[in-house]
Write a protein that binds this ligand. Sequence first.
Ligand SMILES: [Fe+2]
Ligand SMILES: [Fe+2]
Length: 203
Amino acid sequence: MLCLKVASDPAWVEEARRDLDAILVDHAHCEMKAASNALSLATRPSNEFALVRALTDLAREELDHFQRVIDFLERRGLRLGTPPVDAYASDLRRAVSALPHDAKISSLVDRLLVAALIEARSCERFKLLLPLLEAQEDGELFVFYKELFVAEARHYQVLVDLAISATGGDAPAVHARLELVAEREAAIVRALAAGDARGSIHG
Ligand SMILES: [Fe+2]
Ligand SMILES: [Fe+2]
């Protein structure tokens, strides 16, 4: 799906079925991190205003997602708490920073591609939640995650397109790099699936 090289372990869906509240709390944190990451990336290309606008638009949309997940948490009597350490995202950033140097690929491009992979994986996981929510007859959550599944797929594409424009239009170089990032992401997802299951979007 999208650029993903490995499908999620079915055990993730079982964990989500067992503790959907934990998934919702973690999801709220993920949306907040997506918003703040997009804003922090927006400060990087200070003279590329199209890129700055696209990233601030993205941040605004992620903040809207965050607020809407918060509404679900409040209705269900859940607490947001402090953000947990996101092993998936930090392992992915570390793996990508260790990739071979490529003169066409700046650190901004790598960060855009890491964000794109995170969007792709979120999109896949939201899709996996849909049959579960349908079976539980949770109409509001079903409609919400269906919308987010579409939105995160679009964000994936926006971030890949921004990475291409950040190289001055070198699509082959970005797609070659995306392959490497996706390989690292698949290895991390396999390793996390082999560890202790925990209720998180990317765990
Ligand atoms: Fe989002
Ligand atoms: Fe997103």
